[in-house]
Design a protein around this ligand. Sequence first.
Ligand code: ADP
Ligand code: MG
Length: 257
Amino acid sequence: MPLNEPPVIEIKNLHKSFGALEVIKGVDIVAHKGDVVSLIGSSGSGKSTILRCANLLENSQKGDILFEGEPVKWKGTGASRVPADRKQVMRIRTNLSMVFQQFNLWSHMTILENVMEAPVTVLGRDKAEVEASARKYLDKVGIGDKCDAYPAQLSGGQQQRAAIARGLCMEPRALLFDEPTSALDPELEQEVIKVIKSLANEGRTMLIVTHDMRMAADISDTVVFLHQGKIEEQGDPADILVNPQTERLKQFLSATA
Ligand code: ADP
Ligand code: MG
């Protein structure tokens, strides 16, 4: 990683509450260009909330979020804090493609139309150029022959690969995955994991929430273990997944094994 380049995503001392309930309690996460950072932890530990705060789908009450070194500008403080600059929010959000557990494809559009929609309508890019790149990404994820199909005609694994192609077609600086394989049957999980691995191998910057410890071990530069809104332990997967230091991570790993 070039030393003069700021991280793609930097989260510093993030705090987030829903009403009176504080669910993120001072979390720091850094992803440099090409880093794969996996977030693991029990259900309710705050993994999805961190991703949603990172791309400004959720407000947070305290702490900084920097995108390529540029801090999010806020107005107000505490419970009334909101991003101050709509253009900045759009710029950050369009540069961080999110892939959800439930795919979230538009059912009334073909796969090709799904992939083309945001680059054309949100980024205002040239339609013919977007179509060529949409076809390229659909090929890349192995469903180039499904361009004219509707989501309901595809398997879950194919739908999730379409959602990944849709994220890639935005030409984002980073990809955020929220449990991308947990809605899939085991035999379909692998085809999605294969695509995610290939993205890791080509040096994409990714934050991945996953329950799949094998994938986390295979592709992550850093694994972050969350417990009740705090980082309990983090490090190189070869260290922390093999030799967890805290009782909580030991328990978590033995429960998921
Ligand atoms: P994870 O993704 O690790 O399962 P979440 O980030 O979804 O955890 O949730 C963290 C905590 O925040 C949980 O206690 C959850 O109930 C709470 N939470 C998440 N979303 C909301 C919401 N929209 N309103 C209220 N509480 C929420
Ligand atoms: Mg979640």
